[in-house]
Write a protein that binds this ligand. Structure first.
Ligand code: X8Z
Ligand code: ZN
Length: 605
């Protein structure tokens, strides 16, 4: 069944036609039926008494996964509602900023608005994209979303959980998931706030200072990304040492005549250099690595396991660029993971927890992106390892990874609250902004109300895709990177480590990956860290960014670290009697607030 469904999903993704879509949807319907029958059999059988712990683990997976307990018509309604929300999201179109740009209102998120958010440096133009995207999606999905919450909660309750949030957390099989996650965020937040203060000061220089207060959260539309989740697109505005930017090896790749196929060979050689498995024959024969000229395909990069232990493919419309070379290593690490756990029973052919796949792929990325690695594979002539280039490199990494942390954290904080409170119908948007202000230090650039539904403008929320995995993956990747670098015998700072050609690192990776989901992930993490820990830990991430963090403290000496907000900033009316003061190195910034605003709540000062 898995093979059949995957094959039809592949056929559709690589040739987007209506007949292909229908074949895929029909097969998925059959798969849902099979899952229901399996679940019904599993729950009527006293598997917990079986002597074989591996069998018990497999039964537990069947009993806990998905929503098979929901009656057939309700499940169909739930799937239909999710599909309708996705359709609204995927088909949403907005008008151009200036009518003179085009008379048609046909701009879509990809690529138009994404490009505007990334490259426009006009306050008003970005605001237009930010607001119109939310207007085009939020209100239209809102009522459907509440119905979705009801049905997802009903399914969760029938499966023995308090609500759908608890069901999502149960996938991790640890009771203290929420506290592990919040402790990690608490440890990493001071670094985030340093980055935030520095970026705010640079944005004030670029945009007129009256637009951005030095003590307030940053307007959410100026960070180069529709959700302000990743700030790497504004590197040009915040580069610490202009003129010392990390080398982009794209021109060198072009000069050497790289092709997509040669890029795949390069990434394949990365794995064999570690003593890991080469990509199999089917991978080379059947992967899609270039955009076909003759048919519409979903070009988003992905890695596929066809469940038959033979057929593995990637789909990526590769362009000869450094960025695509990195993405390719990421996708091919997923394939390597599939190959490593191929001998496990079907139910264990998965990451050790829902974050592991991404964590390992990104951990490999931390090696591949180093100038040292680019030098070793012949794409960089000499490594400039002066201090300024190093800080620039870490700033770029921080805009990508540190800026993302609070966003990756709040999405499910919000969703779990909504599930727990049965929809949070009267304050669903202000609950979102409360988290955005508090953790990310962002404010909406225009007044919001409960008529808006801003979380609905993020795909994973309306598409029923869990998000805490991205937060956990982000933290785990540094734990794994550190463990690999240690066994590889790396000497020096963590951000310069490249595990290429280390058989020891390869052996450790193989140990981690070949277990698949057959054992609890804390055990695998303990093994990976050679006994050091079985918990999420922000220490390796902080270690990686240490030089930047020291640099930021000096660069920010005249800045307020943190933010203060009032109702005027947010425009929301539900949480106005809270002033958020996050943290400061300079108490002078707070004195006016402390004097003027009595009877308010202060936290984290
Ligand atoms: O959804 C994704 C991937 C697919 S797993 C493209 N990401 C998150 C997002 O877009 O919000 C990757 C980064 C985080
Ligand atoms: Zn991935």
């Amino acid at each position: 069944m898995c093979y059949r469904v995957t094959e039809l999903q592949w056929n559709f993704a690589t040739n987007l036609t209506e007949p292909n879509k229908k074949r895929m949807v029909d097969a998925q319907g059959l798969q849902t039926k099979l899952e229901r029958v399996s679940w019904q059999k599993a729950i009527t059988f006293s598997w917990s008494l079986l002597g074989d712990p591996q069998a018990v683990r497999q039964f537990r997976l069947i009993a806990a996964k998905g929503r098979p307990a929901l009656p057939e018509h309700r499940l169909a309604e739930l799937q239909k509602i999710i599909q309708e929300m996705k359709d609204i999201y995927n088909k949403a179109k907005v008008c151009p900023y200036l009518p003179s740009m085009s008379p048609y209102c046909d701009l879509s998120l990809e690529p138009d608005l994404t490009r505007t958010m990334a490259h426009s440096r006009s306050f008003e133009e970005q605001l237009h994209a930010w607001r119109s995207w939310r207007d085009a999606v939020g209100p239209k999905v809102k009522e459907k979303f509440f119905r979705y919450v009801d049905l997802a909660n009903e399914a969760a309750k029938l499966m023995g959980y308090r609500d759908a949030g608890e069901q999502e957390r149960a996938l991790y099989g640890v009771v203290d998931l929420e506290s592990q996650v919040s402790e990690v965020w608490t440890s990493a937040a001071p670094l985030y706030r340093q980055l935030h203060a520095f970026v705010r000061s640079r944005l004030r220089k670029h945009y007129a200072p009256h637009r951005i207060s030095p003590t307030a959260p940053i307007p959410a539309h100026l960070l180069g990304n529709m959700w302000a989740q990743n700030w790497k697109n504004i590197l040009d505005l915040v580069l610490p040492f202009p003129g010392k930017r990390r080398a982009d090896v794209t021109p060198e790749m072009l000069r050497q005549g790289y092709t997509p196929h040669r890029m795949v060979q390069t990434a394949d050689e990365f794995f064999t250099s570690l003593g890991l498995k080469p990509m199999p024959v089917e991978f080379w024969l059947k992967s899609l690595i270039e955009r076909p000229p003759d048919r519409p395909v979903a070009c988003k990069a992905s890695a596929w396991d066809f469940c038959n232990r033979r057929d593995y493919r990637i789909k990526q419309c590769i362009e000869v660029t450094m960025e695509d070379l990195l993405t390719l290593h990421h996708e091919m690490t997923h394939i390597e993971y599939y190959l490593q756990y191929a001998d496990q029973p079907h139910l264990f052919r998965d990451g050790a927890n829902p974050a592991f796949h991404e964590a390992i792929s990104d951990a490999i990325g931390l090696s591949v992106i180093t100038p040292r690695h680019m030098h070793r594979i012949g794409l960089l002539n000499n490594i400039t390892d002066d201090y300024e280039t190093d800080i620039n490199f870490l700033m770029e990494m921080a805009l990508d990874r540190i800026a993302y942390l609070p966003f990756a954290y709040i999405v499910d904080q919000w969703r779990w609250k909504v599930f727990a409170e049965g929809g949070l119908r009267n304050s669903v948007n202000s609950a979102w902004w409360e988290l955005r202000v508090w953790h990310q230090g962002l404010i909406p650039p225009v007044a919001r109300s409960e008529n808006d539904f801003d979380p609905g403008a993020k795909y994973h929320i309306i598409a029923d895709q869990p998000y805490i995995r991205y937060f956990i993956g982000l933290v785990l990747q540094f734990q794994i990177h550190e463990a690999l670098c240690r066994v590889a015998g790396h000497i020096g700072t963590l951000h310069t480590c490249d595990i290429y050609r280390s058989r020891e690192a390869g052996r450790l990776l193989s140990e981690i990956m070949s277990a698949g989901n057959s054992r609890p992930w804390p055990e695998i993490l303990r093994m990976a860290t050679r006994g050091a820990t079985d918990k999420l830990d922000a220490r390796p991430l902080l270690e990686y960014f240490k030089p930047l963090s020291l640099w930021l403290r000096v660069a920010n000496r005249d800045e307020m670290i943190g933010w203060v907000t009032t109702d005027q900033d947010t425009g929301m009316t539900n949480f106005l009697n809270i002033i958020k003061i996050v943290i400061s190195n300079n108490i002078k910034y707070f004195l006016p607030f402390l004097n003027l605003r009595e009877n308010k709540t202060y936290s984290n000062v």
